[in-house]
Design a protein. Structure first.
Length: 132
């Protein structure tokens, strides 16, 4: 049995020392509806990444995905950070994370391909490629 791991990188810009407010509803993932993704403002917005190749799954809720590793890099001067999360293989194409009041700017694979994601208030839902 072959084990596949999925690495997700979420670029975070947040009030790490203070609360961040709402804002722009378009970001690096693109603009769109409330169901397509997340924005630099952290509420609503749409995001779909990548170009060419395989079709990426839409953002979907799955709180049961196992996390194998996490790494967080924070820049206190700019109050930004990056979280790298490695997921165990799963049977669904979704993964969900608690984000509190963080503003998510992008979610990518370990290879840098933008993924579909949705900000649901204090939760982040991500579309994870099949087989990952």
């Amino acid at each position: 049995m072959r084990t596949t791991r999925t690495g997700l990188v979420a670029a975070l810009a947040a009030g790490l020392l203070a609360c961040s407010g709402g804002g722009e509803t378009s970001g690096p993932g693109g603009g769109g509806s409330d169901t397509g993704g997340m924005s630099a403002g952290g509420m609503g917005g749409g995001g779909m990444g990548g170009g060419g190749g395989e079709e990426l799954p839409p953002a979907s809720e799955d709180w049961s995905r196992d996390i194998l590793t996490t790494a967080i890099a924070i820049d206190l001067a700019s109050l930004t950070g990056e979280a790298t999360i490695t997921l165990a293989p799963g049977s669904t194409t979704g993964a969900s994370f608690e984000i509190g009041d963080l503003t998510i700017q992008a979610v990518r694979t370990a290879e840098g391909q933008d993924l579909h994601y949705e900000d649901a208030g204090e939760a982040l839902h991500v579309g994870v490629p099949a087989g990952a």
